[in-house]
Ligand binder design. Sequence first.
Ligand code: NAP
Length: 540
Amino acid sequence: MTIAIKGEQLIAGESSRDGQITFSSVNPQTKTPLSWSFADATLDEIDRAVNVASSAFEETRDYPADRLAEFLDRVAVEIDALGGQLLEVAQAETALGKTRLSGERQRTTGQLRKFAALLREGSYVEAIINTAQPERQPTPGPFIGRMLYPLGPVAVFSASNFPFAFAVAGGDTASAFAAGCPVIVKGHPSHPATSELFGRAINQAIGALDFPAGFFSLLQGRSVEVGQSLVTHPGVTAVGFTGSLGAGRAIYNAAAARPNPIPVYAEMGSVNPVVILPGALQERAEAIAVGLVSSLTLGAGQFCTNPGLIFVVDGPQSRQFLEDVSQRLKDQEAGTLLNQAIESGLAEAVSQTQELPSIQLLTGGQVIAGESYCYANTVLQSTSAAFRANPDLQREHFGPVTLFVKCQSLADLLETMAFLHGHLTATVHADQNEGQVAGQLFQRLRDKAGRLIYNGFPTGVEVVYAMHHGGPYPATTASATTSVGMAAIKRFMRPVAFQDVPDALLPSALQAANPLGIWRIIDDHWTQNPFVRNEHPDIV
Ligand code: NAP
């Protein structure tokens, strides 16, 4: 490969390489180290990156939405300009395949452009106004106007399994930039060269549009200390993370233990329960099996929305279905895993699950020795009684692994839902005569998951305004927010209310004339109309 990868930290547009602990990425298809070398960011480099981000925020916190929108569009253009070399480098580091990677690039640039459109529309600042009530008795009511402001520098942890869309220029970064927040990315050590290319694209956009250089930095590293030092740095105001429950929880704990705790938006372990009702099986067992196997093996099962837990009512039909799904998975070649740690982590997680009572292995259950990192497509089965007794049966097996839970009856299935912990998604397959029980299931599942799916599969997360990609703990550390879709911007903004502040001193989003022309809630009604300030002499 002829692409020049420098292996340096990118701190406010400048390259730096002070660290002595070095690492390189490994081609997962061949298990051979790639030619480039990277170094762990040092404490001094981390400090520099956060300090320049804090300085940049002094400017970008007040940038008009149009300026930020232009920047997001430009980042998308620069990512497109990386052309084929991006796919080549990412393929060498992830083995995800160029078709998948091309699609992921479109998703990544698409979400940047969608955030730009959100900014241009303008009402994302959530301007809410209650006009003054000078005549109110016994005391007059004040003018109050409230809107959202950016938080400050955000630390973003790239995910291993989405090297574009949940990484250096992925959803966390795009939504933080959209809010006006500088971003310091901790690149994932599994694909540092891919991260470097994205970092350079962002720096191109910064240079072209004359943004402060500290608006973005990329820190690389493969030791826990880099991430920990970043999260505990006093200049960091929020964290976006996608990865394992262990790491997400450690980062959350570190942020909470700071003298000034900060929000951590961590998206972690989810096994995405799927309930298949008897009528649905009777009606279309084969179609469900095909869809399930395809969802389960997509990206070698390395998706946060992987359907890792399937509930059925026990009987001849569901037993036949289990056999069919197991056979299909056995017949399908297992995909390449992203790295050695994911392969060994998966092997360990499955073997720990197998040690629990009432677990049977139907197919798979072992590492496939060979040239690439690989784990056999795997089906485990258990019972509702065992599931209720063992919270560990909801452990994430990050790869092509699913666990069938056989329930004794519909009543048993409904009651078993109470034992689920938090997940990103929950799915119900039903036929048209099962509406009542499907409704009862959704009623229970809406307390357990952020997205409820009917007669579909959980993989494939649309980047749209209505999306919610989040869920109760342990799926995330902040169930009221989403990491996908336009609402993700809210994570990096906080409301400020202005009471009786004269119109001329207010931000334009709250001024009486509505100079931005945005939608606002004024005295409890949505409107784009101006209003009249009547309680204060104007300050000019
Ligand atoms: P990970 O181990 O959670 O690591 C993610 C990032 O967090 C890396 O940059 C890692 O950096 C950092 N990190 C890890 N432990 C940390 C700690 N204690 N303090 C601060 N930073 C820390 O995820 P991964 O490497 O992508 O994959 C490992 C496992 O994560 C998988 O087997 C899977 O179970 C899970 N995973 C889940 C999802 C999901 O969407 N649910 C996605 C990806 C992975 P260093 O390596 O430099 O420490």
